[in-house]
Design a protein around this ligand. Structure first.
Ligand SMILES: [Ca+2]
Ligand SMILES: [Ca+2]
Ligand SMILES: [Ca+2]
Ligand SMILES: [Ca+2]
Length: 407
């Protein structure tokens, strides 16, 4: 993941040591780069709390489910949109969705998929999803502010050595996405506070043990992102509560290294909670968080063929857990109320080869499931209302061939 290519020579030097050097980097860059020649194959944006300055058109009360910084919504209509990547040509296409209908489609151009990565974000807090594009080979970065399927504006940022990787959050609570940089090789950390395409402040944070992995959260629910640090070797956990680039560090209780963490908000109080899964034993449990106070609840056991995704199927603002069995095609959803499963939805099974991705495509506040048929292109959407799923196909006219991937 952290390629050590020689292509970034000077940039390597820039990002290795002192804060003065980082200061140099902070100078907001400025040249407008046309989005054309290069390309990206994306990883999904990290799931993190961030409210939008714009009142969402989606009725769900929880910004985890509605923020355009978390869920792709390029035109701000409250209906989740789709990003597609053509694995043969490198073309990136955005489709604005209304239920199963493709309302509008636009191309961002062709990219070198081996080099490019993207994160979704909302850098100008207009309620429309933007992109952070990163060339992992050269270390070049750019921001693309979107307006529907059109590029509103795009600008290059300073380059950052490929050993660093970005995550998005909102550390100063102004509803404009900021960038947290972590160097997994050295343990160095930095934050760029953003205003649109401008880096307002670039700050070096303390260096962490290289065994620690950061996840962006908001454990105290104050609308300013925090950083959850987990040592996957020792099982130790800690948190940096952030106010801009100022941090207050606290230890959290440990959790054996066999467990992996993912995040949601299972009690709907806008503080990030943790779903723990032990893939060896199949055990699952939830920590609802209030600052550093943990309330733990054990959930049911599901073997390792099951994988989870977070949504809100009854629209109550409490995130629920969707489970898909990649071997049998079985599906179930746990409608959550804090640390307990309030209702278990026994959803229909389907072809185990289908790939689910979650979003609220009809904008009713309840998460739906997009099923990608990578072979035949016979995709469909499950429109969900609590424990009921209604299947509707994507029309033949909108079918995409097997070279197209979505996330
Ligand atoms: Ca935006
Ligand atoms: Ca919570
Ligand atoms: Ca729910
Ligand atoms: Ca829905």
């Amino acid at each position: 993941m952290f390629g050590n290519q020689n292509t970034s020579k000077t940039l390597n030097a820039q990002w290795t040591q002192t804060s003065e050097k980082i200061q140099a980097l902070s100078s907001p860059l400025d040249s407008v780069t046309p989005l054309s020649s290069d390309s990206f194959l994306g990883s999904k944006s990290s799931y993190q709390p961030q409210q939008s300055a714009v009142v969402s058109a989606n009725p769900n009360p929880n910004p985890y489910l509605t923020s355009a910084a978390i869920v792709p919504d390029f035109n701000g209509d409250g209906k989740t949109d789709k990003v597609w990547v053509d694995s043969t040509t490198g073309e990136i296409v955005i489709r604005l969705m209304d239920g199963t209908k493709v309302v509008e489609q636009g191309s961002l151009g062709q990219f070198d998929l081996s080099a490019y990565d993207y994160k979704i974000a909302d850098f100008n807090a207009d309620g429309k999803t933007d992109f952070l594009l990163r060339n992992k080979t050269t270390g070049e970065n750019s921001i693309v502010l979107m307006d529907g399927t059109r590029v509103g504006s795009a600008a290059a940022l300073s380059s950052v050595d490929p050993a660093w990787s970005p995550q998005i959050g909102d550390f100063n609570g102004d509803r404009k996405t900021d960038i947290f940089w972590h160097n997994a090789t050295t343990g160095e950390n930095a934050i760029w506070e953003m205003d649109g395409t401008t880096v307002v402040n670039a700050t070096v944070l303390d260096t962490t043990d290289t065994a620690l992995t950061p996840t962006i959260v908001d454990f105290d629910g104050n609308g300013k992102s925090d950083i959850f640090w987990r040592n996957a070797t020792t099982g130790d956990n800690s948190a940096w509560f952030m106010d801009g680039a100022q941090k207050t560090e606290f230890a959290l209780q440990s959790q054996d290294a066999a467990w992996t963490a993912s995040v949601g908000d299972f009690n709907g109080d806008l503080s990030t909670d943790i779903l723990w899964r032990n893939a060896q034993t199949g055990e699952n449990k939830v920590w609802t968080m209030r600052g550093i106070l943990v309330t733990e609840g054990a959930l049911g056991t599901l073997d390792s063929s099951w994988t989870s995704k977070i949504g809100d199927f009854n629209g109550d603002g409490k995130t629920d857990i969707f489970w898909h069995n990649g071997t049998t095609g079985a599906n179930t959803a746990w409608l959550m109320d804090g640390t307990t499963v309030a209702t278990e939805a026994f959803l229909p099974a389907n072809n185990a080869a289908l790939t689910p991705s979650l979003g609220d495509f009809n904008g009713d506040g309840k998460t739906d499931i997009y099923w990608r048929d990578q072979t035949a292109g016979s995709d469909n959407i499950w429109t969900i209302d609590g424990t009921t799923a209604v299947e509707n196909p994507i029309s033949d006219a909108d079918k995409l061939g097997p070279q197209w991937y979505t996330f």
